[in-house]
Ligand binder design. Structure first.
Ligand code: SF4
Length: 768
């Protein structure tokens, strides 16, 4: 070992830190109990040594001068930015006392537990939420719950399980495993993998397939890296993905390009679907999507006639109006072409050894909390009364319903918020003002995070410092292999999300004191069916292990599990759906009062839907494009990262700029009837002339935190301009983050930025 380091720890990466959905392997070099260098772990089967910019910048994150290192309580009025250091005992005691007091007066449902995107948090926060007895576990701010859940719901209803594009990730030998077959085509649909790693998928895998000969069909409003290398590029109008999928289904069925044997034997409702898609001839679909008919036809032919092929999709599907239905139509594509759970197709994704790590769907909710959990939480869960689909799929409180209830207290008051891994006032909260008002209406807000941000500054009463992945124990089976996150060092008094939530869960539910004396005892219980313990996996298997690929009884081992009875709870061949088949006509939708067949709905704001508004605001604002330097609203304070992406920009087609007399680098207003934000223009031919790209999650840590500035969130945060209450009829999907109309114009002299509204502060002026 060079004397530059005392030791090297290998671990799996997850949040906090790089911020992402994690899964790659890292090597942490330690000197004098400090991490002095981070690099990718070449021996790790997932990432084979690759590492993104955020991982490489971890030392700047962990030892940043502004990192929150100990618990703090507010000592001034909210927004003044005055906080005082307290001990963990005082912090835990305050939460216990305040939450129990609210429970006594208003019931446990009066406390809402809020998280950001699905990183290493879903398990610990739902555990705490249910230990306290609240039904309200929520991604507050995320309009329409428009992040993966709509796609998960669609896959559950159509095929009983999620699936992902097969890039050999289910085998330790990866591309050298003889069971794997390289996909002929990968359809990269509304995602730019490689800039960040989406849910349980390493972004570089698509490129690994391309290097071996896989061709690309790219569907995106923007001319991305994959568009530039695609055999077929479909530059789609934002929000119309459902129409495109219906048109492609029609072309496939019309030409008989579907897998007749698979459809006849394993699908339910093909005839009804065939009738429905006839309503989407190419001429109509082309008019809706803005993509020429022949381009759609050729791309569809390439996908349907070259098997195996796969579809790797992204968030814009969830953000389509009726997101669950748009996702349903796309799932039907890999089903009727026989690309489901085959080598090189869309492989069904079950967690390693069938472990239940995080309630990812209703089956796992019941496995973790008992068969009556849905009935227990549905009586009071925000939105469960209104949306049958939501009441029967996953445990989320519906965010658009929840934020309104936090303001008007109907049907019951919500009085406090537990906020963990989400800087919603700088990140995901659509209708920024509404969420600020709702949080100011709370008697008590706790924020668990690593740095001050617009949310901590504006509404936090208590702040708890969280440990990064390099400072904590955790585990993941999302999906394969089973992996451990292993601590290398500790920093300040930071604790992991699991440590914090387990301690409070024990206080709210004393039976957990005995049952889970330590975090490892909890993990060992969850990992029991794998036959491994945390300690044994760490010492004997270097922190990760694949299921035995020969074990055909193991439901996490691919392929064609529907033939060998590895999917249905009764062990019979088929799928985990009511009919035991792939449901192209989804019987569960019938129960929920939703159309069982996919259909298309025009975005709430568009030239077609709102012609008068369109005259005023003729551009579609597409938010959410990823930066390789940041994850959502994180990392703006990290020098190595910020220098590469310094400004809140708006990407505009240069021809449009010429027409408007605006130049690259000018600061402009991006505005609509909800407000205006200022952004720096980046001329970019990647953009369609009808759209502008306004990256989300922007706030400026280098500016003032206390009111009225809140790190300039109200000046540059694109979610000042996005609405809530556009959710799908299922309750999931439809957040208008990619379809809201706007205009851009030069900033006139003397024009000022908007500041946060002044809302009554329910928590009082002199601290807590
Ligand atoms: S984005 Fe990918 S490479 Fe970066 S830390 Fe996350 S999993 Fe690893």
């Amino acid at each position: 070992m060079s004397n530059k380091y005392d030791r090297v720890v290998t671990t799996t990466v997850w949040s906090p830190g790089p911020g992402c959905h994690g899964g790659c392997g890292a090597k942490l070099y330690i000197k004098d109990d400090k991490v002095v260098k981070v690099e990718g772990d070449e021996s790790h089967p997932w990432s084979c040594g690759r590492a993104c910019s955020r991982l490489l910048a971890m030392t700047q994150y962990m030892y940043h001068k502004d990192r929150i290192l100990y618990p703090m309580k507010r000592v001034g009025a909210r927004g003044e930015g005055k906080f005082e250091r307290i001990s963990w005992d005082e912090a835990y005691g305050t939460v216990e006392q305040k939450f129990n007091d609210i429970k006594e007066r208003f019931g446990p449902e009066a406390v809402i537990f809020c998280q950001g995107t699905g990183r290493d948090i879903g398990g610990s926060i739902s555990f705490l939420c249910y230990a306290f007895g609240s039904p309200n576990w929520c991604q507050l701010g995320l309009a329409g719950q428009s992040c993966y859940t709509p796609r998960l719901g669609a896959m559950s209803m159509v095929q009983g399980d999620p699936c992902v594009a097969d890039c050999s990730q289910f085998f330790e030998k990866r591309f050298d495993d003889k069971r794997f077959e390289l996909p002929k085509y990968i359809v990269v649909w509304g995602q730019n993998p490689g800039v960040g790693c989406p849910d349980a998928f390493m972004g570089t895998w698509v490129v690994d397939c391309m290097k071996r000969g896989t061709k690309i069909i790219c569907i995106d409003p923007r001319w991305t890296y994959f568009a530039s290398r695609a055999e077929h590029f479909l530059q789609i109008r934002p929000g119309t993905d459902g129409a495109l999928a219906l048109g492609m289904l029609n072309v496939i069925i019309e030409n008989g390009w579907h897998d007749k044997e698979f459809v006849d034997k394993w699908c339910h409702g093909f005839d009804k679907l065939s009738e429905r898609v006839k309503e989407y001839p190419l001429s109509k679909v082309s008019a809706i999507t803005g993509i020429p008919e022949n381009v759609i036809f050729e791309a569809t032919k390439a996908y349907a006639l070259n098997r195996p092929s796969s579809i790797h999709w992204g968030l814009p599907i969830d953000m389509c109006p009726e997101g669950t239905t748009a996702a349903q139509a796309i799932a039907d594509l890999w089903c009727i072409t026989g690309n489901l759970d085959v080598p090189g197709g869309n492989v069904i994704a079950r967690p390693a050894f069938g472990l239940t790590q995080y309630p990812y769907d209703t089956h796992q909710m019941k496995a973790m909390y008992g068969d009556d959990i849905m009935d227990k939480i549905n009586s009071k869960r925000c939105g469960a009364g209104e949306y049958k689909y939501l009441a029967n799929f996953r445990g989320w409180a519906q965010p658009d319903v929840a934020v309104q209830q936090m303001i008007d207290g109907k049907p019951y008051p919500i009085k406090a918020a537990w906020i963990q891994t989400t800087n919603m006032l700088g990140g995901q909260a659509a209708d920024l003002n509404k969420h600020y008002r709702a949080l100011m209406n709370m008697d008590f807000n706790v924020v668990v995070d690593s740095f001050h941000n617009p949310t901590t500054m504006a509404i936090a009463d208590l702040i708890l410092p969280v440990a990064t992945f390099a400072e904590k124990e955790s585990w993941r089976a999302w999906y394969v292999p089973l992996q451990l996150i292993r601590p290398a060092v500790s920093v300040g008094e930071c604790k992991s999300d699991w440590e914090i939530n387990l301690e409070l869960a024990r206080r709210f539910n004393p039976k957990f004191k005995e049952k889970y004396p330590s975090f490892q005892s909890y993990v060992d219980e969850r990992m029991k069916s794998s036959g491994h313990t945390y300690k044994e996996l760490s010492e004997k298997h270097d922190g990760w292990i694949f299921p035995d690929p020969e074990d055909m009884k193991d439901c996490s081992v691919p392929y064609k599990r529907y033939e060998r009875g590895a999917l249905r709870p009764d062990g019979k061949p088929g799928f985990r759906t009511p009919t035991g088949k792939v449901e192209l006509y989804t019987t569960m939708h019938e129960q929920f009062g939703i159309d069982p067949l996919p259909f298309y709905v025009e975005p709430p704001e568009s030239e077609l839907a709102t012609p008068e508004l369109f005259k005023k605001y003729p551009l579609v604002m597409v938010t959410g494009r990823r930066s390789p330097m940041f994850f959502h609203s994180e990392h703006r304070m990290i020098p190595w990262l910020r220098v590469c992406d310094p400004d809140p920009i708006v990407e505009v087609n240069p021809d449009l700029l010429k027409e408007k007399g605006i130049c690259d680098g000018d600061w402009v207003w991006v505005e609509n009837d909800r407000g205006r934000i200022r952004r720096k223009v980046k001329a970019n031919y990647c953009m369609d002339k009808k759209c502008v790209s306004v990256p989300h999650g922007w706030w400026l840590p280098e500016t003032d935190g206390p009111a009225p500035d809140f790190y300039k969130s109200w000046e540059i945060n694109c979610n000042l301009l996005t609405p809530v209450d556009t959710q799908s009829s299922s309750g999931y999907g439809g957040g208008a983050y990619k379809t809201t109309l706007c205009r851009i114009r030069k900033i006139e002299a003397g024009e000022a930025c908007v500041t946060p509204p002044d809302y009554p502060d329910a928590a009082g002026k002199d601290g807590i």
